[in-house]
Design a protein around this ligand. Structure first.
Ligand SMILES: [Zn+2]
Length: 444
């Protein structure tokens, strides 16, 4: 459905001559699962923007959204592992487990035996697992640090960017320049002078319709002693000059003094002087970029994936650029010795984190043969399967519901909500979320 009356001037040709996402102008608002959702006009199409998912939203709603994102990745990803994640059984069979709820909470379902991609960049499901683990480390460590006499700071490093810059170019310049900042004697001397005992670096990427890709760094600075405002400002200026110099040498524009490097103090409770934490804890702010919501004119990568999965040609192109530019890069990095200082043990690899299927204490509900699993996937009912297992009265009931679902999937007569063979059409998207898949039902 074309948004009636949308002026053609909002369609902007990009460097490849096709159409780019334009700044979405809110058209109207609809209600989806009890949450207000914006309907925005993008390229002359109306798209329902993903409902805002926050930590306070039900975990099933958040999981449903991640799984929907992963289904989109199956369709559009050029990375084989990502396109297979959660879609195929590793060895012919998928195991369905049920875990009792903690503290009287509702039961949880888990699947094992599926292929897993462990991509922190390109897979919404794996990214959530990995970032959750990373966030917990930071929260634990920073909590311990607060008990000491030390202090914390948040450094944000940005680049100047424009729509014609490629992400590979910007990301390369960002990470290369940062590596140079923290190498060599000058950095060691600065650390000694300002009392820096370590840092955690994480990378965040957004896309803006006006200025294109915006990769930037958040660096949690860990001081062994309190740092005064004067010292902090002096350190910030020192970092800025070094940062700007290396960025320029790399061949990118000199970052502005105002935005290039910003070093803020974070007080003992994680509250701050002017630094607005979007999430309640520092760890979440640092690591859970997947939970944040892009501002009106900015897209988070998984928002692009969502649009790409719904057939937005421009978003598909951007998504491909994004997944290729990020593949194989580390999303976060701990300075040497900080984990020891915070008694955190060795950092687990992304693959180790996603290999932990959290099934300790779980009971096996049933096994799903490969062909049956393919039928479930074809109906886009993987998330629904988990919901069924979780809402069952008991284990027997769960097994019964699983049997029923598999029977329906096999006989190709699903009486369960589907997302139409895992694919929204444009028209369905335009029906203001009315065709929302079942796995988003009854949550929030
Ligand atoms: Zn994955």
């Amino acid at each position: 459905m074309l948004a009636a009356g949308l002026p053609m001037s909002t369609l902007t040709p990009n460097r490849a001559g096709t159409l780019l996402l334009v700044p979405p102008s809110p058209v109207r608002s609809v209600e989806l699962d009890g949450r207000a959702c914006e309907v925005v006009a993008v390229q002359g199409l109306e798209l329902v923007r993903q409902p805002r998912i926050t930590r306070s939203a039900g975990s099933a709603a958040r999981r449903g959204q991640r799984m929907a994102g992963r289904r989109a990745a199956w369709r559009v990803s050029t990375i084989r592992a990502v396109a297979s994640c959660g879609r195929y059984a590793r060895q012919g069979v998928v195991e369905v487990h049920r875990l009792p709820g903690e503290d009287g909470g509702s039961a949880r379902a888990a699947l094992t035996g599926l292929m897993t991609c462990s991509s922190v960049w390109a897979c919404p499901v794996c990214a959530a697992h990995i970032m959750q683990a990373r966030a917990e480390d930071i929260t634990t460590g920073a909590g311990r640090h607060r008990e000491s006499a030390g202090a914390l700071g948040m450094l944000t490093l940005t680049l100047r960017h424009k729509r014609t810059d490629t992400l590979a170019q910007l990301l390369g310049g960002l990470l290369d320049s940062w590596r140079r900042v923290i190498n060599g004697e000058p950095w060691k001397r600065a650390c000694a002078k300002f009392g820096v005992v370590g840092f955690v670096r994480s990378t965040e990427i957004t896309y803006g319709a006006a200025n294109g890709w915006h990769p930037h760094l958040h660096v949690l600075m860990v001081y062994g002693q309190p740092i005064s405002d004067e010292q902090r400002e002096e350190f910030e200026f020192w970092i800025y000059e070094r940062w700007a110099g290396f960025v320029e040498k790399y061949g990118l524009g000199i970052p502005t003094r105002k935005r290039g490097a910003l070093l803020q103090a974070i007080d003992a409770d994680g509250a701050d002087y002017g630094f607005k934490l979007q999430e309640r804890t520092l760890g979440w702010e640092m690591a859970r970029g997947d939970l944040k919501r892009g501002r009106a004119d900015r897209y988070l990568p998984f928002e692009l994936l969502w649009a790409a999965g719904n057939g937005e040609v421009a978003a598909v192109e951007l998504w491909h650029e994004y997944e290729q530019a990020t593949q194989g890069r580390r999303a976060s990095h701990w300075s040497k010795g900080l984990r020891e200082l915070w008694r955190l043990g060795d950092e687990r690899a992304d693959e180790e984190i996603t290999a932990d299927d959290h099934t300790t204490g779980a009971t096996l509900v049933g096994l799903v043969e490969e062909e049956d699993w393919a039928a479930v996937i074809a109906h886009g009912a993987d998330g629904y399967l988990l919901e069924l297992i979780e809402t069952a009265r008991d284990l027997d009931h769960a097994a019964e519901l699983l049997d029923g679902l598999l029977h329906d999937a096999r006989s190709n007569q699903p009486d369960f909500p589907t997302d139409t063979r895992g694919r929204h059409t444009r028209n369905q998207m335009c029906r203001s979320g009315v065709s929302r898949p079942g796995y988003l039902k009854g949550t929030g």
